[in-house]
Design a protein around this ligand. Structure first.
Ligand code: ATP
Length: 923
């Protein structure tokens, strides 16, 4: 059962008014019955029509979204930036000097830069906003007397909500029924220890933390089960009053982004210092006019400072997150995107993640016989037969009690919905309902066995028990769970016509035999209630049960998971299966999926006996871990990390939270996962599918690649432009670019061309590389070399063209126009190089290309044509028309840069010396 239940963010104007009346009632002082009467509610829940009516008066059960900065503030904040400060001060100075044209260009550059930042930031935020909606919570309610999973925002006062361990309480509730309920209320009270809940009414002035009979919206159920009556929703809840939002997606900042931000600031400071030095050099040594030199160094600083860096990084990350969301992997904490790219081990659950979680009982071991069960899926069609004869439960005590235990010790529901049979709740239990239905036992029979008490299933005991009153008035305790656990409570076994002494060895053999076929095994047992027996508790369950049968349940592996496991292995990522299931089942299913084939499985009990050193070795060597509890998962994560691995770990239960938090990438299941697990993890898989996780690893690598690609594009193009000017001053050459022209180039290319790289899809061979070494620096060895090489290349190409043109008598203005176009053309061509860090820019397998690259190149081309031929731009920037031949020269320079950059890649590929992953891949 997964009733994910977190109050979502969303506007609810009407709500506060609707609930105002109800807000007066001190619900914590009332008993459940009184509360129900006040809200005109029934134990069986509201009727759907009534709930819809109440939704209109009370509004949606959601909190108003946190107030965000308005667009004006966001726009103004764009001006808070070193580069724009430099340009704005310069605009003031040029204005004071009377250089109005330059002032105009500078101001235009300031506005363009701020606008680009504004639009980019909006894009990134919109991407994240869409993802927040995907995490909207659900709640399990009773409507029209049936359990239904609904959007938590649709809860209304009077609804009856069902809670289980791991759920987030979806609204303020008056408890109607509670079983060992413990709730973590730290979100409201700050108290970190979970509090016990009961049904008692509290004193009027009891503080929130002492109101035992209430469960408040936003708190987490850490243990037990309960039913509660919704008394307040949305803004009227305690959480709404203190108006704190729960959970959600983290802000757009990650260690990598912060590191890059700091790097950008340092670089900006260095560039400003360098510009000052160039100014001093030009004025004092070369004797240039101070006013000309001033404008030149401002332009220089503007072109060299990588102002687009943080914005484009953020967009790259946000786009990656969006792509992952499209593949149904929802990122809750952004650093996980980076970490995903370096994951070396994935520890995955089995049930539902690697398998389909569509369970069918195929084998029933009962009363010394083995029965085959026909049919597949949830349709209750098929027979239970032995040696070709259908079995008759009425004539066979063991069979009858086994089927009854499966039917009654069960919280799932089976229903037909538009011709398709569906399960509500746990599919394992659903399979047992289908089994019973195949023998003619259904909900109507279940209703005659009144349930008196429940011990819900938990992954530590691996058992579930219920207490019932049979139609004949006799009381029974029914037990189901993992065979070894059930057997530990049994003294006898049922046969067709009576009870026998328990043959433990036979049952163990049958359990192993069933599991070795890849079937999930569940044991079923029962006993009569002893007079004066206390309510059900694990400690007092006793050893007087009689074994009724073993159910062998098939859960086919997901086809796509097999493929994804293979992909991971190619990508140098180990896949380990950690499951609560039987060792033989785990091994058989693992072998089908290509995990740990031919190797033994290690069980939780064995892990418990190992010290940390032994576990470190085993954690690395073994791929299948069975009968593992959440605490074993935690130890395994730590052991793998001690081994130097970067670990992604999946989980769904409330007890998985510590392991999920400890893993480098905690991954929760969106479907069957509890809210507690989601809260603890960085990524939520909306479809619970292992293949989705493998796809997320691929996207994580792509994001990191794109960030590197952008840096490798931006730094040398900025550097090349700056070098052109510095070289001209140093070597006393005529300046190939005027200050205004440098600013133009900056406006046209900065953060427009490079931004296209954020849209690059993953490279085809991305999953054939080993994982990126964790802690690898972004700008180490190879990258520094490439930045220097390409900067020099750009400078040489532009200067070469300019000097050659002057030499053949081209007028200065025309030569400068050609130089400007050459810089932009070289950047356009280099953008094509940058799409692949090491691979050739064009090859057959790299289609289809990234259309954004071509759109931005076309956009820049249009702007350059305007710059060259539009009269008013000619006036502002001093550009002149170019002949076709001159355009040809410009393009030749760009193409030369392209070819040189491709040759560099080829040489490095041949030498096998790329960055981390590539180096190892080619080694
Ligand atoms: P994972 O999802 O980690 O691969 P799992 O879902 O197979 O593991 P659990 O759900 O912890 O692991 O189940 C462990 C064992 O507990 C099962 O093999 C089965 O014998 C028993 N079991 C599972 N579900 C129930 C249930 N609803 N009632 C009683 N016993 C159960």
């Amino acid at each position: 059962m997964s009733a994910g239940t977190r109050a979502a963010a969303g506007a609810t104007g009407r709500h506060a008014k609707g609930a105002a009346g109800a807000a007066e009632v001190p619900w914590h002082t009332l008993h459940g019955e009184d509360a129900k009467a006040r809200l005109q509610a029934q134990r069986s829940g509201l009727a759907q029509a009534e709930a819809e009516r109440r939704l209109l008066t009370h509004g949606r059960n959601a909190l108003a979204a946190a107030r965000r900065r308005g667009p004006l503030v966001r726009l103004l904040l764009q001006f808070h930036n070193v580069l724009l400060y430099v340009m704005m001060v310069s605009a003031v100075i040029t204005a004071a000097l009377g250089h109005w044209l330059d002032t105009g260009v500078l101001l235009a550059a300031v506005v363009v830069n701020a606008l680009i930042g504004f639009v980019q930031e909006g894009r990134a935020e919109a991407a994240m906003e869409a993802i927040r909606d995907l995490l909207a919570p659900h709640a399990l309610v009773l409507r029209d007397g049936e359990r239904r999973e609904i959007d938590a925002a649709e809860l209304v006062p009077g609804d009856v909500v069902l809670l289980a361990a791991g759920d987030r309480v979806p609204a303020d509730l008056r408890l109607l029924n509670a079983h060992a309920l413990r709730v973590d209320e730290s979100a409201l009270t700050g108290e970190s220890l979970p509090v016990e809940k009961s049904l008692v009414a509290s004193a009027h002035d009891a503080p929130l933390a002492e109101r035992e009979g209430m469960a408040y919206s936003g708190t987490l159920v850490v243990h037990g089960q309960a039913e509660g009556l919704v008394v307040h929703t949305g803004a009227a809840t305690e959480l709404g009053r203190i108006n704190r939002l729960v959970g959600g997606v983290a802000a757009l900042a990650t260690p990598l982004l912060r590191q890059i931000g700091r790097f950008g600031q340092l670089l900006a400071a260095a560039i400003v210092a360098l510009a000052a030095a160039t100014f001093a050099l030009g004025v004092l040594w070369r004797g240039h006019a101070a006013s000309d030199m001033f404008l030149m160094v401002v332009a220089l600083a503007a072109s060299a400072i990588p102002e687009g860096l943080p914005a484009v990084m953020t967009i790259t990350l946000a786009l990656g997150v969006q792509r992952m969301a499209r593949r149904r992997a929802i990122v809750r904490r952004l650093p996980a995107v980076e970490a995903l790219g370096s994951v070396t081990v994935i520890c995955s659950d089995k049930t539902g993640t690697l398998t389909r979680n569509e369970m069918t009982v195929q084998r029933l071991v009962c009363g010394a016989h083995v029965y085959a069960v026909g049919g597949l899926g949830y349709a209750p069609v098929g027979t239970i037969e032995r040696d070709g004869h259908a079995a008759d439960p009425r004539a066979n005590l063991a069979l009858r009690m086994a089927l009854h235990t499966g039917l009654l010790c069960n919280d799932a529901g089976l229903r037909i919905d538009e011709g398709t049979w569906r399960i509500d709740g746990d599919p394992t239990e659903g399979a047992l309902l289908v089994l019973a239905a195949k023998a003619g036992l259904d909900g109507a029979v279940a209703a005659t066995w009144r349930r008196l008490d429940t011990l819900p299933f938990d992954s530590v005991h691996r058992l579930m028990a219920t207490c019932h009153e049979a139609p004949d008035g006799e009381r029974w305790v029914l037990l189901k769970g993992a065979p070894e656990q059930v057997l530990a409570h049994c003294a006898g076994e049922l046969r067709a016509h009576g009870t026998h002494a328990l043959d433990v060895d036979w049952w163990r053999r049958m359990a192993n035999d069933t599991a070795a076929q890849g079937l999930r095994v569940l044991a079923l047992a029962c006993r009569r209630v002893v007079p004066g027996e206390p309510p059900l508790a694990w400690e007092t369950l006793g050893h007087g049960f009689e074994m009724a049968g073993l159910a062998g349940i098939i859960d086919p592996p997901r086809l796509e998971a097999t493929e994804a496991v293979r992909d991971c292995h190619h990508a140098g990522v180990r896949v380990k299966m950690i499951t609560g299931d039987h060792a033989e089942t785990a091994r058989a299913v693992g072998a089908q999926l290509g995990i740990g084939a031919g190797k033994p499985a290690v069980t939780g009990a064995e892990i418990a006996l190992m010290d940390d050193a032994a576990l470190r070795r085993i954690a690395w060597e073994v791929d299948v871990f069975a009968r593992a509890s959440p605490e074993h998962k935690l130890r395994l994560v730590k052991a793998l990390q001690a081994h130097g691995e970067v670990v992604a770990m999946t989980g769904d239960g409330v007890n998985d939270a510590p392991a999920l938090k400890c893993a480098d990438v905690g991954v929760a299941m969106g479907g069957k996962g509890t809210e507690a697990a989601k809260e603890a993890s960085a990524i939520v898989l909306a479809d619970d599918n292992f293949a989705t996780l493998a796809a997320a690893v691929r996207e994580g690598r792509a994001v990191y690649d794109n960030i590197r690609k952008f840096i490798l594009f931006m730094l040398p193009t900025n550097g090349g432009e700056a070098l052109v000017v510095v070289a001209a001053i140093l070597f006393e050459l005529t300046l190939p670019l005027t200050a205004a022209q440098v600013l133009w180039i900056n406006m046209v290319t900065s953060a427009t061309l490079g931004l296209a790289l954020a849209f690059e899809p993953a490279e085809p061979g991305i999953m054939n590389r080993p994982p990126r070494p964790p802690g690898e620096r972004l700008l180490s060895g190879f990258f520094a070399w490439r930045v220097v090489f390409v900067s020099a290349l750009m400078m040489a190409a532009t200067m070469g063209l300019f000097i050659a043109e002057l030499a053949i008598g081209t007028p200065l203005d025309t030569a400068r126009t050609m130089a400007v176009n050459a810089v932009v053309a070289a950047e356009m061509f280099y953008l094509l190089n940058s799409r692949f860090i090491m691979e050739p820019a064009f090859s057959r397998q790299q289609r289809p290309g990234n259309p954004v690259v071509w759109v931005t190149i076309a956009g820049c081309a249009v702007l350059q044509i305007a710059f060259t031929h539009a009269p008013w731009l000619q006036q502002v920037f001093g550009s002149t028309d170019l002949s076709l031949a001159q355009w040809g020269h410009v393009l030749a320079v760009g193409a030369a840069v392209f070819v040189a950059a491709e040759i560099e890649k080829a040489v490095i590929r041949a030498a096998g010396r790329g960055p981390g992953g590539w180096r190892a891949a080619s080694a």
